[in-house]
Design a protein around this ligand. Structure first.
Ligand code: ADP
Ligand code: LRH
Length: 472
């Protein structure tokens, strides 16, 4: 009887439920359910429809029930479920366990008045090591406090905690905040790995809403009685490295340079915290890793840019088509035809295409016009951002990294992988595309003391995934 684990991986652009089990020394992943995700605009705010997302999760669990009765799972046991999501966002819940709506999405502009004024940034970085970004939880918390949203709040649930406790039916009782996700808030001391007393006191924030930090994995219960009745099965609910990037990075060999390529491109290494002025000025951040180490990485605007372009083109092209069109456009594109995609205007523009064109014009360059030119300009500009971020990283750490591991959905883009290798002058190893789900499952296996991860994750990961090499 094989042990199965279910990863619920919620990205800003899409969610999926993926089952994992070990067979013949390999971690095999099987997709049970996939759905698209996006924040919604309501009354001028950008919010997550958490009920809709939760119904997708339970819908996926119902499909699992089918897999258990006579399906591939009938020969095994579903041990646990683990949920990861994008970083920084949270849900406020009152004493009765009721959600205090809405759940804001991180591209909402409500943080703007608080972004620059909260605390001198040098000081904040020295403690939290978190890069200066308008979406950081710290600015969201300040905006919520100013709006009086804390009056009835009892708990600050990081989003994976909210969905996990909702699955377990215990939204009223919460003992911890999961460390990797908490590390994205800019409220945690990067070295001590606790909520920073200094930051909370300086900003007079309500520490009562925040629970002690706990490193993953840990168990928070089993599926609620109501869900068990509906589904006809039970499973433990485990808090894994619930920040999606932390789960993804759990699949990468320690010390390697990685790009977790999805809605964002997270480029960095895992090691010790780096809180220097050089790290701060280069926009590097220090987030918690699954193994108590630090993910020292930079947020690069990522495939959000092509997602937005694609949407503005009426969703007429698949990502595969855009890749093929970009490849074609690249044959005749001017040399060095790049822009800095990390500029703030690309974070939440009303028209991504208009902003891209405006930036090319500002630089006195020809603006991309066709879908192929637009896609090419995005991919080549991303590759150039990677090149610059790697040069900064190598300067800051005084190390040279021989290769790049590209993981996440974006690793399926062979053209971007080839451009990345060319710009960085390093080979790219691409895959797994479902690194986040794989990392999520590895942490569940650790919680279950599964013998396949007894000596760590590296061997199992090496045996399990087809990694494509792109030379330069
Ligand atoms: P998220 O951060 O939202 O979880 P994913 O890791 O799912 O993102 O990656 C989504 C991105 O992966 C898409 O925006 C797209 O650019 C890229 N992608 C997904 N599938 C393909 C494909 N078949 N070919 C090229 N790119 C792809
Ligand atoms: C990627 C990600 C990233 C965060 C951002 C908000 O999905 O979690 O690591 O910075 O979303």
């Amino acid at each position: 009887m094989a042990d199965y684990y279910l990863a619920v991986d919620l990205g800003a652009s899409g969610g999926r439920l993926i089952l994992g089990h070990v067979e013949g020394g390999k971690l095999l992943l099987e997709e049970v359910h996939r759905f698209s995700n996006a924040p919604q605009r309501r009354d001028g705010s950008l919010i997550w429809d958490v009920d809709l997302i939760f119904s997708e999760i339970t819908g996926g669990l119902e499909k699992c029930a089918g897999w258990i009765k006579g399906g591939p799972l009938s020969a095994g046991t579903l041990r646990s479920v683990g949920i990861d999501t994008w970083g920084v966002d949270y849900a406020l819940v009152d004493r009765e366990g009721e959600l205090i709506a809405p759940v804001f999405a991180y591209r909402d502009s409500r943080t703007e008045p608080f972004f620059k004024t909260a605390i001198p940034y040098e000081e904040l970085y020295r403690i939290s090591g978190i890069a200066h970004q308008p979406f950081n939880t710290i600015y969201q918390v300040l905006a919520d406090r100013a709006a009086g949203r804390f009056a009835k709040a009892e708990h600050m649930y990081q989003l994976p905690e909210y969905f996990s406790h909702r699955l377990a039916g215990n939204l009223r009782s919460k003992e911890y905040n999961e460390y990797t996700m908490a590390s994205t808030t800019a409220l945690v001391d990067a070295e001590k790995k606790v909520w920073s007393k200094e930051i909370f006191e300086k900003l007079d924030l309500p520490l009562r809403l925040f629970k002690p930090l706990r490193e993953p994995p840990y168990d928070i219960g089993c599926l609620s009685a109501e869900l068990q009745k509906k589904l006809g099965f039970n499973a433990r609910v485990v808090m894994i490295a619930s920040h999606d990037t932390a789960s993804a990075v759990a699949t990468v060999k320690e010390g390697s340079l990685y790009i977790s390529s999805g809605t964002w491109s997270l480029l960095g290494i895992t090691g010790d915290p780096v809180l220097s002025g050089a790290a701060r000025e280069a926009g590097y951040t220090n987030e918690g890793a699954h193994n108590g180490r630090i993910r020292f990485l930079k947020n690069i605007m990522g495939l959000w840019v092509i997602q937005s372009v694609r949407h503005e083109l009426g969703d007429a092209h698949s990502f595969e088509e855009l890749e093929a069109l970009a490849r074609e456009a690249g044959k005749t594109a001017p040399a060095g035809w790049t822009i800095d995609l990390n500029l703030p205007q690309f974070f939440a523009p009303s028209s991504m295409i208009a902003e891209i064109k405006a930036e090319y014009r500002r630089l006195g360059q020809k603006a991309p016009e066709t879908p192929g030119e637009l896609a090419y300009s995005v991919y080549t500009s991303l590759a150039n951002c990677y090149k610059i971020a790697i040069a900064d990283l190598e300067n800051i750490t005084g190390r040279t990294y021989p290769a790049i591991s590209v993981i996440g959905g974006g690793s399926k883009n062979s053209y971007l992988n080839a451009l990345t290798a060319e710009y960085a002058g390093k080979p790219v190893y691409a895959g797994p595309a479902e690194a986040t789900a794989a990392g999520n499952i590895l942490l569940q296996m650790k919680a279950a003391e599964d013998p396949a991860v007894k000596s760590g994750f590296a061997d199992l990961v090496r045996n399990s995934f087809d990694i494509k090499e792109f030379s330069y």
